[in-house]
Design a protein around this ligand. Structure first.
Ligand code: SF4
Ligand code: SF4
Length: 379
């Protein structure tokens, strides 16, 4: 395992972090806690969770594991989060921290994130007088939080604007081998300012493992695109920690092996990838699920957008998309839908929630045309 300095905090962390958002929730919590302890034994030291992850089980699983490792509390760093939209006052933010401390079975949280800043107004909400940030600073004074950091899906120049205010000691952002051309300014800004940088979504929400053949150009000889994507983030000097969502010990072992042999990408490799990665790859749905439960018509937005990825990744024609839609509706991720794309009333709630800033409404309109093409002609 490579170890890197987290900004100016004086903390050294393993280059792979444990992302606590992919536990198999059909298994007992104890088994999932085993997995976390196993990861720490393999040298993973940055452990990231949040309220709500894995049907809201993740923080509890972390708590079980942390209790078991209580004699080794200095060997790992715990990260969790709170959204300003949920905890808009200092008092509510302090309550959220207390709740997380209790669930996590710990006296302090190493990294607490102002979570999921997607637009400037959310940043302003967190930072307003009497708001979340003020509550977190109080928790820091009381020793309940060691470092106040931010997690964001803003675009690069806006991330720079946030970080320039010097309110946070590190940043968590979605950057990977497919979207780095469009997100890099945020990473560079953080690095220049001596802040920790944690990369989430290194596999683009599963897009890279699911489309290995199409993305083969990312890999060096003898390497899979998935391994290349992990190596890209791990070996990148400005990125401190690369979060990987683990479900099994095999996942942990594979990521650690990649971290042991993470040869950095050379200029030629980057240029080769730069030529092949098109701007549409920044427009892929990552399946993050933040749009879920937003739709008044119960449209399965994430499923529709992941189906739309096929157009962006494979350049499919309208005819091919209609054919693929039929398969998805009969057997695939659109089989159990309660509503169709054509039921969209353009209220825009999903777009407000989308971490990738996708133009969901327009895409649904396009999909509705493909749905119409599937309908039998009216008599
Ligand atoms: S814009 Fe359409 S898909 Fe999005 S939440 Fe509103 S009705 Fe649902
Ligand atoms: S549409 Fe946006 S919010 Fe919904 S799953 Fe895809 S990327 Fe996430």
């Amino acid at each position: 395992m490579i170890y890197k300095s987290y900004g100016k905090t004086g903390i050294k962390v393993g280059a792979i972090g444990f992302g606590g958002m992919r536990f198999d929730t059909t298994r007992p919590k104890d088994n999932n806690a085993d997995l976390l302890c196993y990861a720490v034994d393999q040298g993973i030291t940055y452990l990231d969770t949040a309220p709500g992850y894995c049907d809201d089980q993740s923080e509890d699983i972390f708590g079980l594991a942390i209790r078991r490792m209580s004699g080794r509390r200095g060997d790992f760093y715990v990260s969790t989060k709170g959204m300003p939209q949920d905890f808009e006052t200092a008092a509510k933010a302090q309550e959220a921290v207390e709740k997380s401390l209790k669930r996590l079975n710990t006296d302090y949280i190493d990294f607490y994130h102002v979570w999921c800043i997607r637009r400037w107004s959310e940043y302003e909400l967190a930072m307003r007088p009497g708001g979340e940030y003020e509550g977190l600073l109080k928790c820091k004074e009381q020793g309940k939080i060691r470092h106040v950091v931010v997690s964001t899906h803003l675009r690069g120049p806006d991330i720079r604007r946030v970080l320039e205010k010097q309110e946070f000691e590190g940043v968590l952002l979605g950057v990977n081998i497919l979207n780095f051309l469009y997100r890099w300014e945020g990473v560079e800004a953080a690095h220049e300012m001596g802040l920790g940088v944690v990369a989430m979504n290194p596999l683009a929400g599963g897009i890279i493992p699911q489309h290995q053949e199409r993305l083969n150009f990312l890999a060096a000889p003898g390497e899979t695109p998935t391994e290349a994507a992990l190596r890209f983030c791990i070996s990148c000097p400005p990125i401190t920690v690369t979060l990987v969502g683990f479900t099994t010990r095999e996942h942990v072992d594979a990521a650690c092996r990649t971290a042991d042999n993470a040869v950095p990408f050379g200029e030629d490799d980057i240029e080769r990838i730069r030529r092949r990665v098109t701007s549409s790859m920044d427009k892929l749905c990552t399946g993050c699920g933040y749009c879920m439960d937003r739709c008044p018509r119960d449209i399965p937005i994430s499923n529709y957008m992941q189906y739309y990825n096929e157009k962006l990744l494979h350049g499919k024609t309208d005819q091919e998309m209609v054919k693929s839609l039929k398969v998805q509706q009969e057997w695939g991720m659109l089989a159990d839908r309660k509503a169709d794309a054509q039921d969209c009333v353009r209220c825009g709630r999903c777009e407000m929630a989308c971490t990738q800033h996708l133009d969901i409404v327009n895409r649904l309109e396009e999909i509705a045309d493909w749905e119409a093409a599937l309908q039998p002609p009216q008599p």
